[in-house]
Design a protein around this ligand. Structure first.
Ligand code: NDP
Ligand code: 2IT
Length: 452
């Protein structure tokens, strides 16, 4: 009988082992399943990867640090949160990946994100390993001082586990310029060192000029690369975008710049549909709503006539040419994927991490539409983080134009790797391409190190 330690264990047996070792961690198991099905195929005839149990080792994080985060709210009540840093794999560079503050954060979510990050970072071609961190803290409705106190408390433990050559966190859901500023300040205060320990910093203190835009812009460049590979372009296309945070607003902005029309944005309260198109002026209004007034997307319809708000709903039934899920994991299910395909959607580029369920992905594959998974399509953010690390090490600063050019080239490079490993019979399976290209580099580095 096959056991998980057999050299040629099959995929179902391998996944049984993953489920058994990670009980109740559905998001993590989902992310592993998606990668394992492609990697199993790829390594079938490659004895060295079996012998060294490479996949079995990559699905076991190097370490997970979990800690208590105490802070005092504005009413002087003591609050207790849980913080984590998942250091998944540092074979090809220091651990690198964002920090998420959201009430839904738990170990499963951070393990799936750190696992995905390992392959994503490998795909960028830059020397970065995979990690992710966060806390079950909800920044919504909190004052600036409350957020500051939380961030300082969080960093008071995290600082011992990170460093510019060890682990370099950045932003993610609920962590933007404000939170990075508070955390960087606290790291500097505790260690008395100014060093590039976080990315996504303000440009006054070592941040890259392109980092805020990089994920959203990069996702649209990836979309453009997929379309152009089929002789199409973004110009004239209608786009449905979910989310209204950093990734969504910058993806919408780049779609508009390239001549497309954005029809929707959303948040956890519902989505807005603007048939006239969400132009730059409206996007700027949404950015101010979210970043300065910390408001809700429903307020959009009070300012722009002709738009409608759909409470508690997601935007996937709005007919479109292209779709960009840019909010959160599992926000696009099988039925919604069918709806998109049925309405003629020809391409999906994921700004978010794992926004489509496994069943939804299958619908896109069966329909043979262009489908760019998050680990490839949203890699522009971490790629520019990698550039920010280089700039900090060299004590230099590149301008917006130069970084824009580098981002475009990095996304082309990632697209090229997906095509190289994912093209079969005239169709590109971008999931397979991203998984195999991402895996191969990490796996080859691990082979070089021997058993550890
Ligand atoms: P933000 O915090 O800036 O925005 C998140 C957006 O998603 C908000 O509109 C938020 O709405 C919505 N959202 C969050 N959780 C849910 C939920 N459970 N249901 C519905 N809507 C939700 O985060 P980012 O834009 O930075 O991140 C968005 C996605 O992109 C995430 O998956 C993240 O991991 C991924 N990503 C981010 C990168 C970055 O550079 N920032 C890089 C690569 C990927 P609400 O305000 O109501 O919560
Ligand atoms: O999911 C991601 O790639 C991020 N949140 C960005 C990570 C980073 O280190 O810039």
């Amino acid at each position: 009988m096959a056991s998980v330690y057999d050299r040629h264990v099959d995929l179902p047996t391998f996944m049984e082992g993953v489920k058994k070792r990670n009980p109740g961690q559905d998001e993590f198991v989902q992310a592993v399943q998606e990668v394992a099905q492609d990697v199993f195929d790829f390594i079938e005839d490659k004895e060295e990867y079996h012998e060294a149990q490479i996949l079995r080792r990559i699905v076991e994080p190097d370490r997970i640090v979990s800690f208590r985060v105490c802070w005092e709210d504005d009413n002087h009540c003591v609050r207790v949160q849980r913080g984590w840093r998942v250091q998944n794999n540092n074979a090809i560079g220091p651990y690198k990946g964002g920090i998420r503050f959201h009430p839904s954060v738990n170990e499963s979510v951070l393990k799936f994100l750190a696992f995905e990050q390992t392959f994503k970072n490998s795909l960028t071609g830059l020397p970065m390993g995979g990690g992710k961190g966060g806390a079950n803290f909800n920044p919504k409705g909190k004052s600036d001082s409350e957020v500051m106190r939380f961030c300082q408390s969080f960093m008071t433990e995290l600082y011992r586990h990170i460093g510019p050559d060890t682990d370099v966190p950045a932003g993610d859901i609920g962590v933007g310029a404000r939170e990075i500023g508070y955390m960087f300040g606290q790291y500097k205060r505790i260690t008395n060192r100014w060093e590039g320990v976080l990315t996504g910093k303000g440009t006054e203190y070592g941040g890259s000029k392109m980092r805020p835009e990089a994920t959203g812009y990069g996702a649209v460049y990836f979309l453009r690369n997929m379309l152009q590979h089929q002789g199409q372009d973004v110009e004239g296309k209608t786009a449905v975008v979910s989310g209204s945070g950093n990734v969504a607003t910058h993806a919408a902005e780049k779609i508009v710049q390239l001549g497309g029309k954005v029809l929707t944005l959303s948040d956890s309260g519902g989505f807005i549909h603007d048939p006239d198109g969400i132009d730059q002026e409206k996007i700027d209004w949404v950015k101010a709503l979210k970043n300065e007034r910390r408001g809700r997307i429903s307020e959009y319809v009070d300012h722009f006539t002709g738009a409608s708000f759909h409470e508690g709903k997601r935007p996937w039934d709005v007919p479109c040419d292209v779709a960009l899920p840019c909010a959160t994991q599992n926000e696009l299910n099988e039925a919604e994927a069918r709806e998109l395909v049925g309405n003629g959607c020809m391409a999906v580029a994921e700004g978010a991490n794992m926004p489509t369920t496994l069943e939804g992905v299958k619908v896109f594959h069966d329909a043979r539409i262009l489908y760019g998974p998050g680990k490839a399509a949203n890699a522009g953010g971490v790629a520019v983080s990698g550039l920010e690390m280089s700039q900090n090490s060299e004590r230099i600063s590149w301008n917006h134009e130069r970084l824009g050019q580098m981002l475009t080239e990095l996304m082309e490079g990632i697209h090229g790797k997906c095509v190289e490993f994912g093209e079969k019979g005239g169709h590109v399976d971008y999931v397979r391409g991203a998984n195999i290209a991402g895996f191969k580099k990490v796996a080859d580095a691990m082979l070089a190190f021997g058993v550890m």
